[in-house]
Design a protein around this ligand. Structure first.
Ligand code: HEC
Ligand code: HEC
Length: 324
């Protein structure tokens, strides 16, 4: 045989052995379950992989996710189920359906509710907490707890956190405020941050951009008649600054690689929360005024600091005075 043929046969034998080795390894390998995707802290469950969730329960969770992602389609001003909210989606503030680490996720809800909250001075259920966001963040009305929509949203939120042990709070759930500044946050500086990093999506008047169908926002509003009201969590500077530092501009910032400095985040929060927005009667909130968070912008207070300082800071002196 010619030398070339021997080389060809050697190559073929080599290839055959290699393929045989791969196949036998694959066949003999222990059956692995699909590995969890590593993330900072907590991993939200996947509906695709959850085979235990079946039947009507599964249908409810899927509908709940849809309502949280596309709230406006169902519950907005032209909603197909009821016109009870302002046109924003829960997901605008609870990213990826409330599953994103550091994206104001729902990881700690099932594990910590019902819980006592000082804002209402009572023990709150998940229903009460969802209602709060509908009445404040979505500047609307809540739904009866017996409606299919409310049951679905609650089932979804419970499912998102079902693997979190009772009373534990995974890292990266909710909102973490940036480091406090040693000065008051500045709406003037914040306006510059807004012009440089926010205006392209959220608009010159914070009005956002409606999608072509007019039903929902492509870019949600930050102030004005269709935004969250003065009773919403984001109206507190620390909530706004923390959410924005870890997530905005969307898809360009993350907790470990923010686009804004801590100071930028506080300042842009001060700017946005100085613009006009719907107000809410808050006379029933914080029945024990000593429990008001340092950045709750409405008096009276038990600590003697002004409304101005409680709105814009500096907050550290208030924290220090309260410790005494
Ligand atoms: C404008 C922004 C915004 C929108 C829209 C919004 N929320 Fe919220 N939500 C917040 C903020 C801010 C908090 C408080 C987070 C914190 O303090 O850590 C919160 C808290 C919650 C919590 C409690 C989380 C916890 O860990 O205690 C639940 C549950 C919740 N929202 C559900 C919803 C649902 C359901 C919708 C839609 C019907 C919705 N939210 C719409 C901003 C929003
Ligand atoms: C590239 C476009 C883009 C830029 C730039 C951007 N955002 Fe957003 N922002 C979004 C989108 C989209 C959402 C809603 C996310 C969702 O529904 O998944 C959002 C949501 C928000 C929300 C919560 C919902 C609301 O309307 O209250 C706040 C607050 C916010 N952005 C603030 C900011 C600030 C402050 C800046 C500048 C530092 C900024 N964003 C820059 C696209 C952007």
């Amino acid at each position: 045989m010619a030398k070339q043929n021997w080389i060809l046969i050697a190559i073929l034998v080599g290839l055959f052995l290699l393929i045989f080795k791969e196949i036998s390894e694959a066949v003999n390998a222990p059956k692995k379950t699909i590995p969890e995707i590593p993330s900072e802290g907590w991993t939200a469950p996947s509906l695709y992989l959850d085979r235990e969730l079946e039947g009507e329960k599964r249908e409810l969770v899927i509908y709940g996710e849809e309502l949280i992602a596309n709230t406006a389609r169902y519950l907005g001003p032209n909603g197909s189920v009821a016109a009870v909210t302002n046109g924003m989606n829960c997901q605008n503030c609870h990213l990826n359906g409330g599953r994103k680490t550091w994206g104001n996720n729902y990881g700690a809800v099932a594990s910590t509710y019902p819980k006592f909250r000082d804002r209402s001075g009572s023990t709150e259920t998940i229903y009460k907490r969802v209602s709060d966001c509908m009445e404040r963040s979505l500047n609307g009305k809540t739904l009866d707890s017996t409606t299919r929509e409310m049951k679905a949203m609650m089932a979804y939120i419970e499912w998102v956190g079902h693997a979190v042990p009772k009373d534990s709070v995974p890292e990266g759930s909710g909102i973490k405020p940036p480091k406090y500044l040693d000065r008051a946050a500045s709406p003037v500086k914040g306006q510059e941050v807004y012009a440089a990093k926010c205006v392209s999506c959220h608009g010159a008047n914070g009005e956002g951009v409606l999608a072509a169908d007019g039903l929902a926002y492509t870019y949600p509003p930050l102030w004005g008649p269709n935004s969250y009201n003065s009773g919403a969590g984001l109206f507190r500077l620390s909530r706004f600054a923390g959410y924005v530092r870890d997530n905005m501009p969307l898809n360009q910032a993350s907790h470990s690689a923010p686009s804004l400095s801590d100071a930028d985040a506080w300042d842009v929060a001060a700017f946005v929360n100085s613009r006009p927005r719907p107000s809410k009667d808050l006379s029933g909130d914080w029945p024990n005024i000593a429990k008001k968070p340092v950045d709750h912008p409405f008096g009276p207070y038990a600590d003697g600091f002004s409304e101005e300082q409680h709105k814009f800071g500096p907050f550290q002196p208030i924290i220090d005075a309260r410790k005494k």
